[in-house]
Design a protein around this ligand. Sequence first.
Ligand code: TYC
Length: 132
Amino acid sequence: MLQLTDKAYSTAPATTAASAPRMSNDENRNTGTGGPATSVITKVKPKTKRPNLYRVLILNDDYTPMEFVVHVLEKFFQKDAEAATKIMLHVHHHGIGECGVFTYEIAETKVTQVMDFARKHQHPLQCVMEKK
Ligand code: TYC
């Protein structure tokens, strides 16, 4: 059967009431001691988790043409010409620079795409990922 909702992709708690303080089922139950009735207050924690993030970095070298690096940044990291040129020049002068920040699988894919593209064009450009 086709399911339209999927818990794995839900970012919000199922209901807002879920995170409100709640008393145990048998509210105001007697303790059987002749003492006062007691209740346990429970608070349901929203179960959203932030994903681990990874920086994708490119490294400088002496041979890859500047225009090729700019092209890589436009093609795989959606940078415009100005942003791509800034990043390329930063790497050229400092040795390393950030192309973007992604979840693990996306970062891994970007690294593979850049490395394959550089190899195909016979440039030694290196691309790596680093946990934030
Ligand atoms: N240093 C290279 C050159 O002078 C340009 C370059 C920039 C190479 C950034 C790689 O990640 C890089 N042609």
